[in-house]
Design a protein around this ligand. Structure first.
Ligand code: AMP
Length: 131
């Protein structure tokens, strides 16, 4: 069965899309730790990130770098944290999280509840900064 992220890639499930190319896709995390929290995924569905072929894994990080630069231009922060957890969704993904203090990287803390309009606005701004 297709993962929820594969359904996002093909448009079956809506997302706050940031960017895509032929191999990778980026979109806002629906339960963000911080404003601008973005997920970057390979289009090829693989559960565990370290099962990706070397070139695919390298490409994922290179694409994530471009996305992180766009997030950093959009959301005031010291830098973009990179997190790979992957216990919830069995489709490899990299979290990009705008960070001001290390304590903000707490995946068990209550998530932000942002209105749909604000999520749309953040996604649009990041998209416009993506090069
Ligand atoms: P993990 O697998 O532990 O890295 O967590 C999966 C992440 O995917 C969580 O941060 C969820 O909020 C996020 N997530 C799950 N479903 C969606 C969705 N439909 N759109 C955007 N993000 C999602």
């Amino acid at each position: 069965m297709a993962s929820i992220f594969s359904k996002i890639i093909c448009g079956e499930i809506p997302s706050y899309k940031i960017a895509e190319d032929d191999r990778y896709f980026a979109f806002l995390d629906i339960n963000p730790i911080a404003k601008g929290h973005t997920l970057v995924i390979p289009k090829q569905e693989t559960d565990y990130i370290f099962d990706l072929e070397d070139a695919e894994l390298a490409g994922l990080h290179i694409f994530a770098k471009r996305v992180a630069q766009a997030v950093e231009k959009t959301v005031p922060c010291k830098r973009i944290a990179v997190l790979v957890s992957g216990l919830e969704v069995p489709h490899a993904h990299v979290h990009l999280i705008p960070l001001n203090r290390e304590a903000e990287i707490n995946v068990t803390a209550p998530k932000l509840k942002l209105p749909h309009e604000e999520m749309q606005e953040i996604a649009e701004k990041i998209r416009s900064n993506f090069e």
